[in-house]
Design a protein around this ligand. Structure first.
Ligand code: NAP
Length: 251
């Protein structure tokens, strides 16, 4: 059974791997045996150290994913260094908060560019490589706001709803080519992304009261779902958005 989840010899490209959920996923994939290409605008030195401590290979790849121009140089660099990409985790993402009536075009574009546009073109570039090899696993990081509306985060909701749609579209196109495309929708996870919510006493209490598990999630809580969707255990899972949310959506 353990073999189903074994990632030994696989190369995983994880974006935004220096902290938070990306770090949790990178470490979990390495625990399952994968080598890690850690991509982001900040060097993922801590993550690289943790992965190497597990006996797996890890390298930093500098990439500012706010612009699509970063995509092909990143993919080329990872392929030059590792020779293959078996797993792509599109985790890098940002959030901007303001009332819808005040929301700026800059905050719209910044979030859509990083969370959706770059994600699609990374899927496209790595997907071409995976299709040529006849196998690959893509895991996109969605959100509760792939399913719900949220409040004061219009571009984030639009981007994460888009991630859900794209995940299904790519699954439809690539399922028969040996490439599985799925997503994880994290619930409320304690990271930099949610620091403002954690720091707001009222919102924090409201959120905690609604989570059946009774606690914020930890980045490590996402690791098992990522290993599942990156491994042959999920070979017949396609276009699925797996909520890892302490029961939030069930409420
Ligand atoms: P985080 O701690 O803020 O991490 C975000 C990651 O994305 C960081 O590594 C960040 O790099 C990277 N990133 C942002 N903009 C980038 C850019 N232009 N180029 C390269 N890398 C960039 O937040 P997180 O909570 O772990 O978020 C990870 C993903 O999970 C995001 O897609 C987020 O939307 C999603 N998510 C989070 C939650 C939650 O409750 N925390 C819930 C649902 C979904 P820097 O450190 O350099 O900024």
């Amino acid at each position: 059974m353990a073999g189903l989840f074994d990632l030994t010899g696989k190369v995983a490209l994880v974006t935004g791997a220096n902290t938070g959920i990306g770090q949790g996923i990178a470490v979990a994939l390495a625990e399952a045996g994968a080598d890690i290409a850690a991509a982001g605008r900040s060097a993922a030195d801590e993550t690289v150290g943790k992965v190497r401590g597990l006996g797996r290979r890890a390298e930093n790849f500098s990439a500012d994913l706010s612009s699509v121009g970063a995509v092909q140089p990143l993919v080329d660099a990872v392929l030059a260094e590792y020779g293959r990409i078996d797993i792509l985790v599109n985790n890098a993402g940002i959030i901007r908060r303001a009332d819808a009536v005040d929301f700026t075009e800059e905050d719209w574009d910044a979030v859509m560019d990083t969370n959706l546009k770059t994600l699609f073109f990374l899927c496209q570039s790595v997907g071409r490589h995976m299709i040529a090899r006849g196998s690959g696993k893509i895991v996109n990081i969605a959100s509760m706001l792939t399913f719900q509306g949220g409040i004061r985060v219009p571009s984030y909701t639009a981007s994460k709803s888009g991630v859900g749609g794209l995940t299904k579209l790519l699954a439809n196109e690539w399922a028969a080519k040996g490439v599985q495309v799925n997503a994880i929708a994290p619930g409320y996870i304690a990271t930099n992304n949610t620091a403002a919510l954690q720091g707001d006493e009222t919102r924090n209490r409201q959120i905690m009261e609604r989570i059946p598990a009774g606690r914020w999630g930890d980045p490590s809580d996402i690791g098992g779902a990522a290993v599942f969707l990156a491994s042959s255990a999920s070979d017949y899972v396609q276009g699925h958005i797996l909520a890892v949310d302490g029961g939030w959506l069930a409420r």
